[in-house]
Design a protein around this ligand. Structure first.
Ligand code: PMP
Length: 376
């Protein structure tokens, strides 16, 4: 069978390779500590589970409006100070990102992705047969420099993907820089997709939302902030025109998010429970961030993460070899930097979405590995 050409540039080999190495480490009797996890390690709060069960019994088991249930749209609209008609609930942030990509990336056009960045953006751009233009951010504290963006923009660019707090670096961009980026993009009629999925998980400066700009699609959701990755509820905030185009895709793609999940989330947003749940989780992430950064900074060149639950040190050597060896020799699973874009060949992503006990053991093993290496 012949695969469609739109998938020809997309590879799953790295995922398979990582899986094989983990399996080998386990076969060798290694107890593997997994620091490659992309979701909170916390269970969804019981309060949300109770409310979802109640909602199911009350009949929230059908399709909802493509836009989402009114209570949830309203709660989201209030949080952003926008009109409800500019909110659409989706089946996770991933669905929203695909909707935006299919709606606005013209085949053959360019898509700008600052590197390093969430690897799915590269997949969406490839699926839409766009040319990817990467802008390296390593010299700019992992934040896109508006002047560098200005240099690459032209009328052939369809879209720019932004993600702050960032996966994989944890950096948070400041409001002034973000505003400049959006204004530069607007001059060229370029759409900015601002993926704000980690906006509730921050430790120092508060992330700025880009909701409200005519050329911006804000993508967000509850996977991370409420530890609900398996429930599949996300949303977009966009102007009327942009929303209409995305609805054309959403009506045949996600259709709607699970009704009972929408209802439970609407309730915990409205009565403040959601904020309490997120705050508690973030305090634990902060403890872990402080611990892991205090250790890593003695070993590697590393930028202190200000949000999300990742850190992206430069290990100073080929990341694939580093990741394979540390997994096989020490039983610590990390993510290599290469899939996050150009210039990341000597970086690894470490996720601290795991218990403090695991992190302590993992850091001891990483230290042993690095010091062992140096004396070898
Ligand atoms: N954006 C980023 C930056 C992410 O890290 C993730 C999850 N790894 C997503 C989007 C997808 O979120 P969701 O579960 O809501 O689809």
């Amino acid at each position: 069978m012949k695969e469609a050409s739109r998938l020809s540039q997309i590879s799953t080999s790295l995922i398979r390779r990582m899986f094989e190495i983990v399996e080998k480490a386990k076969r060798d009797g290694r107890e593997v500590i997994n620091l490659s996890i992309g979701e909170p390690d916390f269970r969804t709060d019981d309060e949300i589970i109770e409310r979802a069960c109640r909602a199911m019994r009350e009949g929230y088991t059908h399709y909802t409006s493509n836009f989402g249930i009114p209570e949830l749209r309203q709660a989201i609209a209030e949080r952003y100070g926008v009109d409800e008609k500019n909110v659409m609930v989706t089946a996770g942030a991933s669905e929203a990102l695909l909707n935006a990509s299919l709606a606005f990336i013209e085949e053959g056009c360019k898509v700008v992705i600052p590197s390093p960045n969430f690897l799915s953006y590269f997949v969406y751009a490839k699926m839409c047969k766009a040319k990817i233009v990467q802008i390296r951010t390593h010299q700019d504290g992992f934040v896109l420099n508006p002047d560098k963006l200005n240099e690459v923009l032209d009328k052939d660019v369809s879209m720019i993907f932004l993600n702050y707090p960032n996966n994989p670096t944890g950096v948070v961009a400041d409001a002034k820089t973000l505003k400049s980026i959006v204004e530069v993009a607007r001059d060229y009629d370029v759409i900015v997709v601002s993926d704000e999925i980690y906006d509730r998980i921050y430790y120092d400066k508060k992330p700025t939302t880009l909701a409200g700009y005519e050329n911006v699609i804000v993508v967000n959701g509850f996977s991370k902030s409420l530890a609900m990755t398996g429930w599949r509820v996300g949303f977009v905030i966009a102007s009327d025109d942009l929303m209409d185009s995305m609805l054309k895709v959403h009506q045949v793609n996600g259709v709607c998010a699970p009704a009972f999940a929408q209802k439970a989330i609407a309730e915990v947003l409205a009565d403040g429970t959601a904020d309490k749940i997120a705050r508690k989780m973030v305090e634990e992430f902060r403890r872990r961030r402080d611990f892991i950064y205090s250790k890593l900074k003695n070993l590697f060149d590393v930028v202190k993460p200000e949000g999300a639950f990742y850190v992206f040190p430069n290990v100073g050597t080929n990341c694939m070899e580093f990741v394979e060896r540390i997994l096989l020799e020490k039983g610590v699973a990390l993510t290599p930097g290469t899939p996050f874009g150009e210039g990341n060949e000597s970086y690894v992503r470490i996720s601290y979405a795991t218990s403090m006990e695991n992190l302590k053991v993992a850091m001891e093993r990483i230290e042993e590995f690095v010091y062992g290496d140096q004396t070898a």
